[in-house]
Design a protein around this ligand. Structure first.
Ligand SMILES: NC(=O)c1ccc[n+]([C@@H]2O[C@H](COP(=O)([O-])OP(=O)(O)OC[C@H]3O[C@@H](n4cnc5c(N)ncnc54)[C@H](O)[C@@H]3O)[C@@H](O)[C@H]2O)c1
Ligand SMILES: [Zn+2]
Ligand SMILES: [Zn+2]
Length: 393
């Protein structure tokens, strides 16, 4: 089958790889009909290279049709239309029982000290073949697939794999008080969807980015927007819009590909030039992350406010401004989204034909797998109006 594979920094290819097969009784094989390209893939494309293997299949936002089932996949049937969460989880361990699916104790990647295995996401998360491919082996298929109704286009449901539950969780974790103001940093797919959800829930939303069409999309949904490049200081700007206090809650939907810290960017490039084994060791220990968005979040939140961190950061000893975080008495909530925890909350909005979150028209680009190299580049560089790409294998 055809699949999008990783070959190095900014080098993805479309290649023939062996078709996946059933390996465990709980496996299923799904024929992929739509598969998202995510900001998290950009970390693999750029920053997390040291943890990738040449030829790894990318992608973790899949939906499709069940093609084959193992002998222990419950009521899953060939022909079912399904969306898969980006994390692989069993649904019945101690963590899954508590809705903490990204910590699943059955699939945790213990050798790496990581939580649940993820599709297409480096050795850190189990090096499980990903979903930007014609077929996908779905482990834990007695629990994983989210069955969705026939009828509406894939895009109505596809984003249940990642964007919707991630954005939803970021809004829940932001804990915006009644009548409060939410600041959303980053208007990639995650920040934009968080903006839409928070507006739908009736909050005042101020969203920040520097890409004109991303700002325009958020503004069109009713957000106030701040262009990163048009202001000297986002924190000051936010305070001027909030009686000098700052936002009640802030969502960092940027993560470690943040724009705005040239020193770190240079460090990153030097670091990427190191031999692979050496750079993996350094990355795990030190981390050379770009912290500008999180610093902005800490600055722009009001005292006693909440920061909801949904953008992904790597490395464990980043120099965090701990004193300010403590002094400002912040609550930090972070972690990968627990997809299945939120599906019942979101589904009513998706089966509503008014499509209140605008999911059907959310993707800006639908492309065949063969155009993956160009799609990755355009998404990373924000070219050609690219906000959300969906592959159609
Ligand atoms: N926690 C989870 O479960 C989860 C799931 C999916 C994605 N993510 C993460 O969410 C983040 C966003 O993903 P995405 O798909 O929206 O990707 P994206 O890369 O398209 O979005 C990031 C946006 O942030 C903007 N930006 C960069 N620097 C900024 C700054 N200093 N201030 C404000 N905006 C800035 C960029 O212009 C871009 O529009 C990534 O880190 C991704 O890994 C996390
Ligand atoms: Zn994703
Ligand atoms: Zn589990």
């Amino acid at each position: 089958m055809k699949a999008v594979t990783w070959h190095g920094r900014r080098d993805v290819r479309v290649e023939d790889v062996p078709d996946p097969t059933i390996q465990e009784p709980t496996d299923a094989i799904v024929r992929i009909t739509s598969s998202g390209l995510c900001g998290s893939d950009l970390h693999l494309y750029e920053t997390l290279g040291p943890f990738m293997g040449e030829g790894d299949v990318l992608g973790h936002e899949p939906m499709g049709i069940v093609e084959e089932v193992g002998s222990a996949t419950g009521d899953l049937k060939v022909g079912d239309r399904v969306v898969m969460p980006f994390q692989i989880c069993c649904g019945s361990c101690w963590m899954c029982d508590r809705g903490l699916y990204t910590q699943c104790e059955t699939t945790q990647v213990r050798e790496q000290g990581s939580g649940a295995a993820l599709f297409g996401f480096s050795k850190l998360y189990g090096e499980v073949p990903g979903a930007q491919a014609e077929f996908l082996r779905v482990p834990q298929a007695q629990f994983m697939p989210i069955k969705v109704p026939e009828g509406p286009a894939d895009e109505r449901f596809l984003f249940l794999s990642d964007v919707l539950p991630t954005a939803w969780q970021s809004v829940v974790y932001a804990d915006v008080p009644e009548g409060g103001t939410l600041l959303v940093l980053g208007l990639g797919p995650i920040g934009e969807m968080a903006t839409r959800i928070a507006l739908h829930q009736g909050f005042r939303v101020i969203s920040v980015d520097r890409v004109p069409e991303r700002l325009a999309r958020a503004k069109a949904r009713g957000a106030e927007v701040i262009d990163l490049d048009a202001v000297d200081d986002v924190g000051e700007e936010v305070r001027s819009l909030t009686q000098g206090r700052g936002a009640d809650s802030v969502i960092d939907a940027v993560g470690m590909e943040a724009h705005g810290s040239p020193v770190a960017e240079v460090g990153q490039r030097v670091f990427n030039a190191l031999p692979k084994r050496l750079s993996a060791a350094i990355m795990g220990r030190v981390g050379l992350d770009r912290m500008s968005a999180i610093y902005t979040a800490i600055d722009a939140v009001r005292r006693g406010g909440t920061v909801s961190l949904i953008g992904v950061y790597g490395g464990e000893t980043d120099p965090m401004p701990m004193m300010t975080m403590f002094d400002k008495q912040l609550q930090f909530r972070m972690g990968q989204a627990n997809v299945k925890r939120w599906v019942d909350d979101i589904m009513p909005l998706l089966v509503d034909d008014a499509d209140p979150l605008g999911t059907e028209l959310f993707a800006t680009h639908q492309v065949p797998l063969s155009e993956a190299p160009e799609a990755y580049e355009n998404f990373q560089k924000k070219l050609d109006g690219t906000v959300k790409v969906v592959f159609k294998p």
